[in-house]
Design a protein around this ligand. Structure first.
Ligand code: NAI
Length: 339
């Protein structure tokens, strides 16, 4: 039995966490979760967003499944995601956007994986108040961090039979910082002659993504562009409620849905657990339990394809609980067929 640290979060976090717990139990996944409440309520109680014991658990297990957490805008504590990525140097944020036949969109053949550099750029948090009327935010790009994210993207492409890696940048304007990122990308690309490499300016990339996403395969970019472009790619497949993500470091890994804590629907029982569940499946792949991830993914796909059991955000009439129950019934059916 493998132990995995689990942060329950706030907003819809507890609801989609319960869904994952129930589905893992039904699939007999050999994982024990070490569960911690983190987020706004914990901050009010103890003055800490994350209890020390929760960090210690992650440092022990090296693997974390994290449900979303609310970040107040413009005040209060820094985003826990930004903190976690920096504290544990989880430098590669991987966001796969693959169309699902059950979710009708204008882009049925999308299959794009975004590699977002997670630790520097404008997210380095180097901000300065010049006066009440002028604020500065510094963009930091380094050779070492650019190289490791580009290499991660090419390694992924090679390992997963992908054909092309595109560097997305704005080097025409930010000639020094984005220029460095692009030069490093081109140097790394030389080590992967079997993979096609090209580059595109970020604004043109956004336009081309919505004109014809099938021309893209693997994308690699700096932190801010990756944040925005990967939300765009989630829109191509039906929204953030469908997109999982992995944050990988050299020996630690954190898995989470791309979406936030959705305070507008928290407690209403209609949160879509799919992206978080798929993030849990990426976690299972990562720890060598891919067969369990595949079982859960198949059950979700069958339920989604069968009709309206899904939550309203993707056109269903179900609730978080009834959708979860439908997935559990499908897992049981698939397991019985395989036995
Ligand atoms: P959001 O992703 O929480 O919500 C955007 C829209 O998508 C809302 O209408 C929401 O109802 C819907 N939505 C999101 N997830 C859904 C789901 N699973 N099922 C159905 N509908 C869903 O983004 P928003 O509103 O900008 O952020 C809310 C809070 O979440 C903020 O405090 C933000 O900082 C935080 N956040 C946390 C993240 C994390 O912990 N990983 C990531 C992104 C935002």
């Amino acid at each position: 039995m493998k132990t995995v640290t689990f942060f329950r979060g706030d907003g819809i976090g507890p609801e989609i966490s319960d869904s994952v717990f129930a589905i893992f139990k039904a699939a007999h996944v050999p994982v024990a979760f070490d569960v911690y409440d983190v987020g706004a309520a914990e901050y009010e109680r103890n003055g800490k967003l994350v209890p020390d014991a929760a960090f210690a658990s992650f440092e022990r297990t090296k693997v974390l499944l994290k449900s979303p957490i609310t970040t107040p805008i413009g005040k209060g504590f820094r985003s826990l995601n930004v903190l976690m990525r920096k504290k544990y140097d989880l430098y590669a944020n991987i966001r796969p956007a693959k169309s699902n036949p059950a979710v009708v969109t204008p882009f049925p053949n999308t299959d794009i994986v975004t590699f977002r550099e997670n630790t520097e750029d404008l997210y380095a948090g180097v901000e300065e108040k010049i006066s009440d009327d002028e604020m500065h935010s510094i963009k930091i790009i380094t050779r070492q961090k650019s190289e490791r994210i580009c290499r991660a993207a090419f390694d992924f492409a090679r390992k997963n039979g992908r054909k092309k890696v595109t560097c997305v940048h704005k080097a025409n304007i930010m000639k020094l910082s984005d220029g460095l990122f692009l030069r490093v990308f081109e140097a790394v690309a030389k080590d992967y002659p079997d993979i096609i490499s090209d580059n595109m300016i970020v604004d043109a990339c956004c336009m081309n993504l919505v004109l014809d996403p099938t021309r893209f395969d693997v994308l690699v970019m700096e932190n801010l562009y990756g944040d925005i472009v990967s939300d765009l790619t989630s829109g191509l497949i039906g929204g953030v409620g469908l997109m999982p993500s992995a944050n990988l470091g050299s020996d630690m890994a954190m898995f989470e849905a791309v979406h936030g804590s959705a305070p507008d629907i928290a407690g209403k029982g209609i949160a879509n657990p799919t992206a978080f569940l798929w993030s849990a499946c990426l976690m299972l792949d990562h720890i060598g339990l891919k067969e369990y991830g595949d079982l859960i993914r198949s059950a979700v796909a069958n339920v989604m394809n069968a009709g309206t059991a899904t939550t309203p955000d993707i056109g269903g009439t179900g609730t978080t609980t009834t959708y979860t129950d439908a997935i559990i019934q499908e897992i049981k059916r698939l397991a019985a067929m395989a036995a």
